[in-house]
Design a protein around this ligand. Structure first.
Ligand SMILES: [Fe+2]
Ligand SMILES: [Fe+2]
Length: 146
């Protein structure tokens, strides 16, 4: 299994995103190190955090009219749907499938962070300070959940 690991190569220089990415790595590492009894709850924690993580990024893109938003938001939606399927697998005792998914997520995360998220972080660093400090968590949830 490909184990997730934090590396400074994942740092993008936009603090709100870097923080959520560090937390994601911690949660995914916890899931990857979980035994069978711990895995369902650990996976659920990964999915819930990812809903918030992707929701924040989606909201930043929409609010600042980021030009590459459509593709990035679509990637988030597709990945999140797959991860949600893993909740049912974990509850059904299909632990090998969830662990395989976790390994694929670790690989996907590194690539996504260093490509689409890197472009978004650069864009966000160029926004006026007022845009960077606004948080609209409720709007995020509505935006990400169909
Ligand atoms: Fe991200
Ligand atoms: Fe992203």
């Amino acid at each position: 299994m490909n184990k997730v690991q934090w590396s400074d190569a994942l740092l993008l220089g936009f603090d709100p995103m870097d923080k959520v990415h560090r937390d994601f790595v911690d949660l995914l590492a916890t899931a990857q190190n979980a035994d069978d009894t711990q895995l369902p709850a650990a996976w659920l924690a990964v999915v819930e955090h990812t809903e918030d993580h992707f929701g924040r990024e989606d909201e930043w893109m929409r609010r600042t009219r980021f030009s590459s938003a459509e593709n990035h938001i679509l990637q988030h939606r597709v990945v999140l749907n797959v991860l949600r399927d893993g909740i049912g697998m974990a509850r059904a005792g299909e632990f090998d499938r969830v662990r395989e998914m976790a390994g694929e997520l670790a690989v996907w995360f590194a690539k996504h962070t260093q490509s689409l998220d890197a472009a978004l972080a650069l864009h966000m660093r160029r926004q006026p300070a007022a845009e960077l400090t606004r948080h609209r968590t409720k709007a995020v949830r509505h935006a990400v959940l169909p």
